[in-house]
Design a protein around this ligand. Structure first.
Ligand SMILES: [Zn+2]
Ligand SMILES: [Zn+2]
Length: 149
């Protein structure tokens, strides 16, 4: 039923409550990220490359509090890297999903490709581009930066 809602609190929630959902490959770990996102960027660092088995990884940055992780079977695992940073992945299907680090306090980074619903922005930049591989040419016009926006 699409009746208008007389409760002002509910109406406010509906207006500000736009979010985008996604999940790992097997669906065991899902998430809902409240929009707006902070940024979306292609990361060319060597750690992302190896963690995801891909030439670069497109990340969407959110405030940590804006993300709700749905993990009813407790499948989310975290790999803690010696050089700093934690990578969250599904323990059942292995999908790399999340990244957080003291270097970006208060932020949670979500692999863009896991979203099943539209995000509020397109990728804005290539970051850590100085370590990009030469076997996956980048021919777009986005800025190429050395760090995250
Ligand atoms: Zn999974
Ligand atoms: Zn990276």
């Amino acid at each position: 039923m699409e009746a208008s809602n007389p409760d002002p609190d509910m109406a406010r929630q509906a207006r500000s409550g736009a979010s985008a959902r996604g999940s790992c490959l097997c669906g065991a770990v899902g998430f809902a990220a409240e929009l707006p996102s902070k940024w979306v960027a292609h990361c060319h660092c060597s750690r992302c490359r190896r963690a995801h088995g891909a030439p670069f990884v497109t990340w969407a940055g959110f405030r940590t509090e804006a993300v709700t992780v749905e993990d009813p079977r407790s499948q989310l695992r975290w790999h803690v890297a010696d050089e700093g940073g934690m990578r969250g992945f599904c323990g059942h299907c292995g999908s790399p999903m999340l990244f957080k680090s003291e270097r970006w306090p208060g932020e949670l980074h979500i692999a863009r490709a896991l979203f099943l619903e539209p995000l509020d922005r397109a990728p804005q930049a290539h970051v850590f581009y100085e370590t990009h591989v030469d076997w996956a040419p980048v021919d777009d016009a986005l800025p190429k930066k050395s760090s995250i926006p």
